[in-house]
Design a protein around this ligand. Structure first.
Ligand SMILES: [Zn+2]
Length: 369
């Protein structure tokens, strides 16, 4: 007898909003329809929940607006044992002023702010030099680094309508200046493998891409994922005195071999682990070896902030890094935000944990313990 299984998404909700009780999948087996299928594991396993990190944490990848109360943030940081947060959404202009006034002035070593580049000015003849000057001024006011979002290399276009590659020479003065000022450049280049594949029945993030069709970069209008990563690598090679941090395992968490080669070939490259625990935790043997081998080059990050109400991530990341728990959820949500799988802990040795949690970040940011 032949069974045909169809997956059907009942509700096209956002990852972070889960009010509809019908969220989940329906499954057709032959003619039988099973609504809202959410199988529960029958395994009896130990559960080492980790509400507080074993060592103080520097979260190098957070985003929060100036509306978040500093006192609220500090309380949540204390609960979670987060010592410092790096807010990558500093922006420029008023937005940056507001963040500096609200957090940096309060505690410049607890609230670290990275600024961003205004790519709407990309066609200005002096773009690179103007932005290098902006970096200088921002640095003088306490901004510690530069964050480049994924739009560079993917969606930023010049007036001719061409996508601006990461290694466009227009950007060179910016990379050079960041190196001179010892400001690390945290760069999000490309995106997960599945976002560059057709949204068909073979796509392992089919459900996610149906919730967020704008996250798909499949098609001739976009460069290939590998091409974008190579553009980033070229920039790192050309600017060896500038430190680059690849957001989200350098967007190579599906291929840790590639991530390792990029680290081997570029001594000025390190990575953050944010938003990729789903990927790392489903390949625990490879991930553990990778973390141990590159223990001086990997930094803790969540892509959240302490106290963020939806999908908070911290406790799950701690459990992944510290325990040998098996087959647990990589999310705190009503349904899997990325793919339909579970993860496993990688029980890192204490010395490695300390490096990943805070030592590597503090060295990069020039901050003492
Ligand atoms: Zn981010």
């Amino acid at each position: 007898m032949r069974f045909t299984i169809y997956l059907l998404l009942l509700c096209l909700a956002s990852d972070s909003v889960a009010e509809d009780p019908d969220l989940g999948q329906a499954l057709y087996i032959g003619d039988d329809l099973l609504k809202n299928y959410q199988p529960r594991s029958s395994l009896t396993l130990k559960q080492n929940l980790v509400p507080r990190a074993k060592y103080p944490v520097v979260d190098v990848h957070t985003h929060f607006p100036a509306t978040v109360e500093p006192d609220f943030l500090i309380d949540r940081m204390n609960e979670l044992n987060v010592k410092r947060v790096v807010n990558l959404s500093g922006g420029w202009g008023n937005e940056l002023d507001e963040l500096l006034n609200r957090y940096y002035k309060l505690d410049p070593e607890k609230f670290i702010i990275f600024c961003n580049i205004d790519f709407s000015r990309i066609d200005e003849p002096e773009f690179g030099n103007a932005m290098a000057r902006f970096l200088e001024l921002a640095h003088a006011r306490g901004v510690k680094g530069l964050k480049i979002f994924k739009n560079l290399g993917l969606t930023v276009k010049n007036k001719k309508g061409e996508i601006v590659p990461i290694d466009d020479p227009k950007m060179d003065p910016i990379w050079r200046k960041a190196g001179e000022l010892k400001m690390p450049v945290l760069i999000h280049a490309a995106d997960p493998v599945a976002f560059f594949k057709p949204i068909d029945r073979f796509n392992e993030r089919w459900l996610q891409l149906h919730r967020h069709p704008d996250w798909s970069f499949f098609g001739p209008q976009f460069p290939a994922r590998e091409e974008i990563l190579e553009q980033r690598n070229k920039v790192m090679k050309k600017h060896p005195k500038t430190n680059f941090v690849g957001a989200h395992v350098g967007n190579s968490s599906e291929d840790l071999g590639y991530a390792g080669r990029a680290l081997d070939e570029h001594p000025n490259f390190s990575i953050d682990m944010s938003a990729r625990v789903a990927e790392l935790g489903r390949q625990p043997y490879s991930a553990r070896k990778f973390f141990i081998k590159y223990q001086d080059r990997i930094m803790f990050g969540t892509d959240r902030y302490p106290g963020r109400p939806t999908q908070p991530r911290y406790k799950i990341y701690y459990r992944f890094l510290e325990t040998d728990d098996e087959y647990f959820d990589y999310y705190d949500n009503d349904f899997p935000p990325t793919g339909e799988w579970k993860i496993y802990g990688i029980f890192l040795p204490d010395e490695v944990l300390k490096k990943v949690y805070y030592q590597n970040a503090e060295r990069l940011l020039g901050l003492g313990e």
